[in-house]
Design a protein around this ligand. Structure first.
Ligand code: ADP
Length: 406
């Protein structure tokens, strides 16, 4: 009887390398593109060793390892953010690559031996897949439960703040309460259904529901967090945490993050940091929020042309960041309100902007104030806008650590 276990054992390294490469190249497994070799490989070599053990006529089955590794793989993929379809696809590639590699050995066996080997490999892989999907679904459900409790807490927080009769927050609550309530209700119902019906648990369409709930929940939390950020500032609770900051590296970092948005819209993104200061004593987290918001607004409100970011030292005391776009522009009347919370320009050409909250610039102007700077805007409809932020090279560290109020 031919022992195929050795043939598989000798090819594990090749199979793993080819598989990781195939997963990376696959257009439909986008999540893997951001992962390292090791993170994609996971415990697949150990699974292959266990399968090879199963193929050996002399050795016992190592189904325990296969089950264990399958379970671990599913949890890992959920944490890495894989979609269910992406996992299915990578398993399909693994099956294909295993058989492509051992085919030259298989054809040397009798048909009985080949059928036995193929069946064993298929069974082992099916087991890994089933276990993997089980823990993947469980992990997603856990995430959903976490999200639900976060949303419940946020809802309570909102109710508390609205009772404290904050004008902005009652507006916010009005905008948020309805979708928030329906998300909480829906996820609650869904989790209960999942718990009662174990058959539903493993099916792909239901994973799609989870994805949708999670993504609207995340979006909503983002909006709520923005609003709470403003209220924290207004209550004087936002503290400045100054450190010596490499501003050029910080700006470049933000540019790397927003660049894909510009590329998607075929906009040129030009960055001029030649005369920018090297260091500034400032709060890097807040500075990063300011640059991110201004750059992403410039990209969102520009359909053609280019976005430019210029940074310069102005004197021994001040420096400048200017974000210039060739976008839709803002008219004179709206310019007066542009930094008010929830203010959005109403116009035909703006209806295409998704996720507009009217909070971005309100946060930016408050953060600029926290960093002891000032912000100016000039704009012309149909031509473009320039946002200029002037900041001190060294923030003054007050005794109370800049517990500013507007
Ligand atoms: P959001 O973009 O989420 O609506 P913002 O507070 O960031 O909220 O902006 C408020 C409004 O200002 C936007 O709705 C938009 O009409 C206008 N705006 C902001 N940035 C630009 C820009 N670079 N070009 C044109 N309009 C802008």
């Amino acid at each position: 009887m031919i022992d195929f276990s050795l043939a598989l054992l000798n090819k594990i390294d090749t199979i793993v390398k080819q598989w990781v490469e195939a997963v990376r190249q696959d257009e439909q497994i986008e999540t893997a593109k951001e992962l390292t070799y090791k993170a994609i490989r996971d415990s697949v070599p150990i699974v292959l060793q266990a399968i090879s053990k199963m193929l050996s006529p002399s050795e016992d089955n190592d189904i325990k390892t296969i089950v264990e590794k399958g379970l671990e793989h599913g949890t890992l993929r959920a944490k890495q953010g894989y979609e269910a379809e992406e996992i299915a696809r990578e398993y399909r590639l693994l099956r294909w690559i295993i058989f492509a590699n051992i085919e030259p050995d298989l054809i040397k066996g009798s048909s009985k031996e080949v059928i036995r080997a193929v069946r064993l490999i298929d069974t082992a892989l099916d087991e890994v897949i089933a276990r993997g999907f089980k823990t993947y679904t469980q992990e997603r459900l856990r995430e959903l439960e976490d999200l639900q409790s976060q949303l419940k807490l946020t809802n309570q927080e909102l109710t508390r703040l609205v009772h404290a009769s904050k004008e902005n927050l009652s507006h916010l609550a009005h905008e948020l309460k309805t979708p928030l309530t329906s998300i909480i209700g829906y996820s609650d119902l869904f989790i209960r259904q999942q718990k009662q019906n174990s058959e539903i648990k493993d099916s792909l369409p239901n994973l799609g529901h989870i994805e949708r709930v999670l993504s609207s929940g995340r979006q909503l939390l983002h909006l709520i967090n923005d609003a709470l950020e403003i209220s924290r500032y207004e209550e004087g609770k936002m503290k400045l945490q100054p450190v010596s900051t490499d501003v050029q590296a910080l700006i470049n970092n933000v540019v790397d993050i927003v660049k894909p948005l510009a590329v998607e819209k075929e906009l040129q993104l030009e960055i001029d940091l030649d005369d920018a200061p090297k260091q500034a004593l400032t709060d890097p987290l807040r500075l990063q929020q300011i640059v991110t918001n201004l750059l992403s607004n410039a990209i969102r409100y520009t359909e053609f042309g280019n976005i430019k970011l210029v940074s310069q030292s102005l004197s021994d005391e001040d420096w400048l960041i200017a974000v210039i776009d060739t976008g839709v522009g803002i008219n004179e009347i709206d310019l007066e309100n542009i930094f008010d919370p929830y203010f959005r320009v109403v116009g035909d050409n703006q209806s295409f902007i998704p996720n507009s909250t009217g909070l971005g610039l309100a946060i930016v102007s408050r953060l600029v104030q926290l960093l002891q700077g000032k912000i100016e805007v000039s704009s012309q409809v149909g031509v473009g806008s320039i946002f200029r932020v002037i900041l001190p090279l060294k923030v003054k560290v007050l005794e109370e650590k800049c517990n500013l109020k507007i």
